[in-house]
Design a protein around this ligand. Structure first.
Ligand code: DGL
Length: 263
């Protein structure tokens, strides 16, 4: 404990996806206060240039820094592969990024045939390609860019016909390649787990990296002497483009009493 321990942990994503990480952090570190910042008005980030992603990420980060966060979780694979070294160099607080869980996927796969679903930006990034090279061979890793998929989550369509149809089309290369394990390398996709499981062959293992990120956050907070032992503040949620739909979706994905404040 230090005088900084009671301060909130900042969590950022382009939209609602980072809430899958916030849920894992809340479950694993219940004494931490969470300040969540999304960029719903400018999402998706997955098809933007590096410079555009950096500009949007910095809007959220500066908003949270002004509220005295003690650590930052980049709950977005796209932002992590694009900006992690930059954010670590410019921020003086612990920064935790997200990984596509290749190691866990490799461990859990029986056939070493692994699929990775992510944004176009993530699966074509040098950072991801370098990680992937560490496992190939012996693993056979099939990338699956999923343009349009995060928008299903942003619309609140988790199990509808449109989402299912899009998923059937997007995941065909994974089915053809007979992967037995799929890493969910975009934080929006865990909210589509049920439908993803339906369109993939029965028994396919889906790997969500969020629990591992929560454990990593605990390590970083402990190292920095910033782990909280008693939560005294209330969680807060921020986004660009507050509207009724987004307020309702936040209640569905977090809690009935949660409410967005504007950025
Ligand atoms: N949730 C994001 C990720 O993990 C980004 C989705 C997007 O904005 O395209 O990559």
């Amino acid at each position: 404990m230090s005088e900084l321990s009671h301060r909130p942990v900042g969590i950022i994503d382009s939209g609602f996806g980072g809430l899958s990480v916030a849920r894992a952090v809340r479950a694993y570190l219940p004494e931490e206060t969470l300040y969540y910042a999304a960029d719903c008005a400018h999402a998706p980030w997955g098809e933007k240039s590096d410079a555009a992603i950096q500009a949007r990420v910095m809007v959220l980060v500066e908003h949270l820094l002004a509220l005295d966060i003690k650590a930052l979780v980049i709950a977005c694979n796209t932002a992590t592969v694009t900006l992690r070294p930059y954010l670590k160099s410019v921020l003086s607080i612990p920064v935790v990024g997200i990984e596509p869980a290749l190691e866990e996927s490799f461990r859990r796969s029986k056939t070493q045939r692994i699929g990775v679903m992510g944004t176009t930006k993530t699966v074509t990034s040098p950072a991801y390609l370098a990680q992937k090279a560490r496992f190939m061979p012996p693993a056979h890793i099939v990338d699956c860019a999923c343009p349009g998929l995060m928008e299903c989550v942003e619309r609140g369509d988790f199990t509808g016909a449109d989402t299912r149809h899009l998923l059937e089309t997007l995941t065909r290369p994974l089915v053809d390649a007979q992967v037995d394990t799929v890493a969910l390398a975009c934080t929006h996709y865990p909210f589509l787990k049920e439908t993803i499981a339906e369109v993939l062959p029965a028994g396919t293992t889906l790997v969500d990296p969020a629990p591992e990120i929560a454990r990593r956050l605990e390590v970083r907070l402990t190292e920095a002497n910033r782990l909280n032992t008693k939560r005294t503040l209330t969680d807060r949620f921020f986004t660009t483009g507050v509207n009724e739909h987004r307020q309702a979706l936040l209640k569905t994905l977090w809690r009935e009493d949660a409410q967005f404040e504007g950025i």
